[in-house]
Ligand binder design. Structure first.
Ligand code: TYM
Length: 327
């Protein structure tokens, strides 16, 4: 099966991205034809500092290698390096009903957050995402829950293109992890953990021990004393229990049993120790790669080559199907 997924370069890679998406990528790469992309063009829908942007993009690539993506098993590349993404996105724009884009939850959320910069890119973002996915004739898209609506749009676009011009695209499916597809904010457990929210609300995969401790200590819990999973009544503790369970490989029930009758503070202390222990090797890997820029750029180049050969071939087919003049 061909697998494709993407991540924006900006903001720290947090444990939500890790548990909901990238950890799954590191498993899928073993058995599938896998492509992963750093979505730098998507990130331009928010203002970026041109002096920092290229460093941020390279750094996200290093982060992906540090969490376990293996360039011998998958191709990793940068969106703007493959021009076909934007070309296909334009064609898909002409197939996408405006109303469908206006209904997107992320468009509504992001425009509410950025009233001063509601650009057209925020609206057409999911069309570019559909182009990312379909350009590689992707079948499976491993993502967190927040991306499901975008994958549905990609399916709709694939169907529409296939019926108007002839079948070339498979209809891609979202591949979700069982638990952890939506890790919540530490400060507002009703919202998802997000790179663009306050730093206290999330834990970075490469964060220092002291800072992890501080954030977990002040993470919002719920009234009552019980350490029990109940996402409705106890969203704070339930989120922390989910994180504990995923990093410890214990089921939620086992984790509840382990902390039965214990105070919140005892549970939080164990969670801090667990996070520090599990994240330390990733941090170490990143430190090592940070000093190997030439090597890192070389493997980015290899990923780009693999991606380009497929992207070019798909675009050729698309141009032919829709009847663009070819000389
Ligand atoms: P991005 O950069 O916001 O997030 C990257 C991945 O992390 C998942 N994720 C979460 N999972 C669980 N809990 C959370 N709190 C959490 N927050 C984020 C996301 O679901 C995602 O899988 N539009 C995409 C990037 C993209 C893309 C693509 C993805 C561009 N083109 C094509 C798939 C296919 C985005 O902004 O992800």
């Amino acid at each position: 099966m061909r697998i494709f997924s993407g991540i924006q370069p900006t903001g720290q890679l947090h444990i939500g991205n890790y548990l909901g998406a990238t950890q799954n990528w590191t498993e899928l790469q073993n058995n599938h034809d896998s492509f992963f992309m750093i979505a730098d063009l998507h990130a331009l829908t928010a203002l970026q500092d041109p002096k920092e942007f290229s460093k941020t993009t390279l750094s996200k690539f290093i982060e992906l290698l540090s969490v376990g993506l293996n360039p011998e098993k998958c191709a990793i590349f940068v969106q703007s390096h493959i021009k076909e993404h934007t070309e296909l996105a334009w064609i898909f724009n002409t197939l996408t009903p405006l109303g469908e884009l206006e209904r997107m939850t992320q468009f509504k959320d992001k425009s509410a957050k950025n009233v001063k910069n509601i650009n057209a890119g925020l609206l057409t973002y999911p069309v570019l995402q559909a182009a990312d996915i379909l350009l590689y004739k992707t079948q499976g898209v491993p993502v967190g829950k927040d991306q499901i609506q975008h994958i549905e749009l990609a399916r709709n676009i694939a169907k529409k293109f296939n019926s108007m011009y002839g079948k070339i695209f498979p209809e891609p499916e979202a591949l979700l992890v069982k638990e952890g597809a939506k890790i919540m904010s530490l400060t507002e457990p009703a919202r998802k953990m997000s790179k663009s929210d306050s730093p206290e609300s999330s834990i970075g995969v490469f964060e220092e021990a002291g800072s992890i401790q501080k954030k977990i200590r002040s993470a919002v819990t719920d009234t009552g004393k019980e350490i029990k999973y109940d996402a409705k009544k106890k969203p704070g503790i339930s989120n922390l229990l989910t994180i504990y369970s995923l990093f410890s490989d214990e089921s939620l029930a086992q984790a509840e049993k382990r902390f039965k009758g214990k105070e919140y503070s005892v549970f939080k202390k164990s969670l801090v120790d667990l996070l520090i222990k599990k994240l330390a090797p990733l941090r170490k890997k990143k430190e090592e790669l940070d000093s190997r820029e030439l090597y890192v750029k070389e493997i980015l180049h290899q990923g780009e080559e693999r991606a380009r050969s497929i992207a070019k071939a798909t675009m050729e087919e698309v141009r032919e199907k829709i009847g663009l003049l070819r000389l």
